[in-house]
Design a protein around this ligand. Structure first.
Ligand code: ADP
Ligand code: ASP
Ligand code: MG
Length: 407
């Protein structure tokens, strides 16, 4: 039996934790399993490397940024290999070049395209525990790429698919996937199972417990993911094709603080204006999320939209530069907003759900700035300083809390 295990940054943050993970790996080796382990950079290493890059250059080249950020994962795998060897076990660390893990050419958010399995298989056949750098790839120019923040989860699922592993386990600092972030919703409930589609929406709307691309990949290759704690031995959450056990309408609430809103005020109410505006952004590869257009007044309308916070300046500058050509009266940008999303299968066919969500926000005195709905989620934009209150209120409204809390 072959198991792919992934441990996140907090699980390997200190020498004690590295040893604790090594012992867990050894437990499975002793059971006779072949093990491939994907590791993230230790603790806050990646954040620190980002800060160091910006200290040297406020606009670092994406290629060089990837070259730097990928070093965190390389430290982790080498240290883990040494730890396992010190404990008397055979282990080898491999980076993206050595595997190899081929990606497209996009630095900073590369997509995995092909994984070679010969070397991995050979190392396993020699009796090695194989440690692979998460988050890294290599592109057609033989440059190092990274898969985007949180991307080690995707490395693990991709390896599990490529190696046709029997199990794919993602170990983190919480016991599984919860109905909301357990860090600030204290009575959030751990889900036994969750379907790919709902998990994908939760991950895409801010529940960073799994990288959204890893869920996409798991669905595509039908890889079941077990989300578990590296610190507490407890049953985790199974992410799989349509969950039957936990089939309920609302599966969770997610928050995303990495949001900025740009408003283009007083654009002439003419055909082609929305196209002109969003074409400017798509040409620069900037993704737009929620869009709101107001009803026109005196032949003019306002268009507001959200982008990821890191794209805010660039998006604002592009629109500002073309303000005259667009005929807009004013362009504004704010980062004081966050998105709260309610996720669940088949919500759109139940009109009461949106009303209940808005009622919860009203009771918590949270003002809604924008709304967007899809078949599987309802998202609202709120002020950043109210986001935690909003999540708690919505979570409470749908009674997603722990059963043992007695309510
Ligand atoms: P790792 O370093 O192991 O990859 P992350 O920090 O990326 O871990 O993801 C785990 C974190 O995700 C948890 O500490 C938790 O705060 C957060 N989180 C957000 N939403 C959820 C959720 N619905 N269920 C579980 N954890 C969540
Ligand atoms: N180390 C990377 C990050 O912090 C990748 C990961 O942890 O998944 O984003
Ligand atoms: Mg993560």
């Amino acid at each position: 039996m072959l198991i792919v295990k992934k441990y996140g940054g907090s699980s390997v943050a200190t020498p004690e934790r590295v040893r604790n993970v090594a012992s867990q790996i050894i437990e499975d080796v002793e059971k006779g399993y072949q093990i491939v382990v994907v590791l993230s950079a230790q603790g806050k290493t990646t954040d620190e490397l980002v800060a160091r890059a910006y200290e040297m250059n406020p606009k670092p080249s994406r290629r060089e940024l990837d070259m730097l950020l990928s070093t965190g994962e390389q430290q982790s795998v080498a240290l883990m290999a040494m730890t396992l060897q010190a404990m008397g076990y055979q282990a080898v660390s491999l980076n993206a070049f050595q595997v190899p893990m081929h990606t497209n050419k996009t630095y900073g958010s590369a997509r995995l395209e092909a994984i070679g399995t010969d070397r991995l298989q050979a190392e396993l056949d020699c009796g090695n525990i194989v440690l692979v750098t998460g988050f890294q790839g290599v592109n057609r120019y033989e440059d190092i790429t990274t898969l985007g923040r949180g991307g080690s989860d995707t490395t693990a699922v991709a390896l599990a698919a490529a190696l046709q592993a029997d199990r794919c386990q993602i170990y983190t600092d919480v016991e599984g996937v919860y109905t909301a972030d357990p860090r600030y919703v204290k009575d959030a409930r751990k889900l036994e199972e969750i379907g790919y589609d709902e998990m994908l929406e939760l991950a895409s709307t801010g529940a960073k417990v799994l990288h959204n691309r890893c869920v996409e990949m798991a669905k595509k290759y039908n890889v079941q993911i077990e989300v578990l704690s590296s610190m507490v031995k407890a049953p985790g959450t199974l992410v799989k094709e349509d969950s039957l056990v936990e089939r309920m309408m609302v599966s969770g609430v997610a928050a995303d603080k990495n949001v900025a809103r740009i408003s283009v005020i007083g654009i002439p109410d003419l055909p082609g204006k929305a196209f002109a505006l969003f074409n400017l952004l798509s040409q620069q590869g900037i993704n737009v999320d929620i869009i709101l257009q107001s009803i026109g007044r005196e032949d003019r309308k306002d268009i507001s939209f959200t982008v990821a916070e890191e794209n805010a300046e660039e998006a604002y500058e592009i629109v500002k530069k073309h303000q005259q050509a667009l005929g807009a009266e004013e362009v504004t940008c704010t980062k004081d907003v966050a998105k709260v999303s309610l996720v669940g299968a088949g919500m759109i066919s139940n009109p009461g759900v949106a009303t209940q969500m808005f009622e919860a926000l009203y009771s918590a005195q949270v003002n809604i700035r924008m709304i967007s709905t899809s078949e599987i989620k309802i998202s609202v934009l709120v002020d950043k300083d109210q986001v935690e209150d909003a999540v708690r209120a919505v979570h409470h409204q749908f009674r997603l809390y722990k059963k043992e809390s007695g309510r």
